[in-house]
Design a protein around this ligand. Structure first.
Ligand code: GDG
Length: 529
């Protein structure tokens, strides 16, 4: 199993002492204030920042991110002094190991760049959910301005040209080009965490060409799945005067080579297993069973950010059909839905929250009994230890995304199944379905079939359940999030080598980008475990 130190070793073997900078919208530690204005910093929910943090701690360097306003007490917020633009991480530790550069955004920028272009234009576009897409000129303008702020922070923060810059996600599609324009020899790699849509969808975006050109300033651009790479290549072929090398999975545009790779993300499965099998979790499991009246009943679980792409309403609909068609499950099967509120400033998300709440209430009214409710809804999220206990309790977990880059909940559930008795019902439209062919693969758009799949999960033979879970756990063992980080470094190194080795004149339309010398590979890359 690769560890955080293992990813750092890979980096050193490939890049020597090349400085390292991470750039993401979300900061690795988010601020919260109490009533007295005292600020505390903690990891946001979601696995990636927590996984990259120990790598940064071992490696040093800079993490550039939007410096968000603190949550918590309104009174405390008024009393708190302005937050710093630079933070030594981990905050409050005896030994600080890396720096967080917090990019300040105005309220208007947050509204139009983050809520607007990133989450009302690009997010639904890339998830092929066009009914939610809104394009506004003010969104695009703010997106460009904020990408400019991030690029300026990178250029200021990384005076050494040899710095490897690792950008994350759909918030920063224009930053690579803005960096490269000012510093042509930069080493830039980017991971796109959400799907890349087909050309027929992507062309709906009025800014399609600028987005592609922004991203083609990267040396490496990686997605979770090969199908997303294929879609991206097809968009470049259709939209740009670019040379595509499908064999090398590379696009040459304006003399610059961008290598494209599929690198499916994973989780820190060992930590999840450890947490799920701890004595504290045993206690929590017993408490939850008692608190929610689960003794003698079968249990289903759903854990999601409250996002329309996660198929939560379709799931509730399937449950309604399940209880209608299989009355023997009334009173004997309880579904727990944990929902973490998300992007609530956006009307579509506020509406989804209301609709989920209403759908749960309707279903509960139809089927409830004095001592039982079909759905227990936990609308304000749960802590990581609580999540581990829910994953352990569940006979079935449902991930019903309408479209999803990967879906880490599916992986967390598999890792937490220490008894191996749970079944995963997994949408065929979640990236995780490519790895977990032993899940019960469901189509959330066909709710009657989906309902039958849940029933099948609940009546599956225990030996079959164990065998399926064992095979998914074996698959998860093949690589954790630290292996993924190391794989990303290897792909970045290959991309830089490919960019260097391209014979001049391969693209007759322009001269190749000048390159800085990356230090030669220092040592053998640590072997894959
Ligand atoms: C994007 C892509 C891709 C959820 N509720 C609570 C909570 N969570 C945690 C889960 C999990 C994470 O949030 C959600 O991960 P997903 O992968 O489902 O989704 P996105 O946030 O949409 O992430 C996705 C991912 O990037 C990584 O590349 O897989 O496809 O859309 O870790 O456990 N955590 C806590 N309480 C909650 O209530 N503590």
């Amino acid at each position: 199993m690769t560890t955080a130190d293992g990813s750092v070793e890979t980096y050193r073997a490939l890049f020597g002492d090349t400085p390292f900078t991470v750039v993401s919208n979300r900061e690795p530690y988010v601020p919260r204030v109490d009533d007295f204005g005292t600020v505390s910093w903690s990891h946001p929910a979601g696995g990636l920042t927590a996984a990259l943090d120990p790598v940064m701690q071992a490696m040093g360097g800079t993490w550039i991110a939007w410096g968000s306003q603190p949550t918590g007490s309104p009174r405390g917020r008024a009393a708190a002094s302005p937050l710093p633009t630079r933070l030594q991480a981990p905050p409050g530790a005896d030994r600080n190991t890396y720096e967080v550069r917090r990019v300040r955004l105005t309220e208007n920028e947050v509204r139009h760049y983050y809520h607007g272009y990133a989450n009302e234009s690009l997010w639904p576009l890339c998830h092929n959910l066009l009914e939610h897409v809104r394009f506004r000129d003010r969104f695009w303008k703010a997106y460009g301005d904020v990408n400019g702020k991030f690029a300026a922070a990178v250029l200021e923060q990384a005076p050494d040209e040899r710095t490897l810059i690792w950008l994350h996600d759909y918030h920063l599609a224009l930053a690579p080009e803005l960096i490269r324009r000012r510093r042509p020899a930069s080493l830039i790699a980017h991971f796109w965490h959400i799907p890349w849509p087909a050309w027929d969808t992507f062309r709906v975006c009025p800014n399609h060409r600028q987005l592609l050109e922004g991203l083609l300033a990267n040396d490496l651009l990686a997605f979770h799945l090969e199908s997303f790479v294929d879609n991206f290549i097809r968009c470049c072929e259709q939209d740009l005067d670019a040379l595509v090398d499908p064999r090398k999975r590379a696009v040459i545009h304006r003399g610059h080579v961008t290598t494209l790779r599929a690198l499916p993300i994973s989780i820190d499965a060992e930590s999840m297993r450890h947490l799920a099998s701890s004595p504290d979790t045993d206690v929590r499991v017993t408490e939850l069973r008692a608190r929610f009246g689960l003794a003698g009943r079968r249990v289903g679980i759903g854990v999601d950010r409250l996002d329309y792409s996660k198929g939560i309403l379709e799931r509730i609909d399937a449950l309604r059909i399940l209880f209608t068609r299989h009355p023997e499950l009334v009173g004997t099967f309880t579904f727990i839905q944990v929902g973490a509120p998300s992007r609530t400033e956006i009307p579509a998300y506020a509406e989804l929250q209301r609709r989920v709440q209403a759908a749960v209430e309707r279903l509960n009214r139809s089927f409830e009994r004095p001592d039982w409710q079909p759905i227990l809804y936990i609308p304000n999220g749960a802590s990581p230890p609580e999540l581990a206990a829910f994953y352990r309790i569940a006979d079935v977990a449902i991930v019903s995304s309408l479209q999803d880059g990967m879906n880490l909940v599916a992986k967390e559930f598999v890792a937490a199944q220490v008894e191996g008795t749970g079944v995963l019902c997994l949408s065929e439209f979640a990236g995780a379905a490519e790895e977990f062919d032993q899940a019960l693969i469901v189509n959330p758009f066909y709710v009657e079939g989906f309902a039958e799949d849940i029933r099948r999960a609940l009546s599956m033979d225990p030996a079959e359940k164990r065998e399926r879970m064992r095979r998914m756990q074996d698959r998860l063992e093949e690589g954790n999030v630290y292996r993924w980080i190391a794989d990303f470094f290897e792909a970045a190194r290959e991309a830089l080598d490919l960019g260097h080795s391209r014979p001049h004149g391969e693209d007759p339309r322009s001269a190749p980008t000048p390159r800085v010398e990356v230090p030669p590979r220092a040592a053998a890359v640590p072997p894959r475990e």
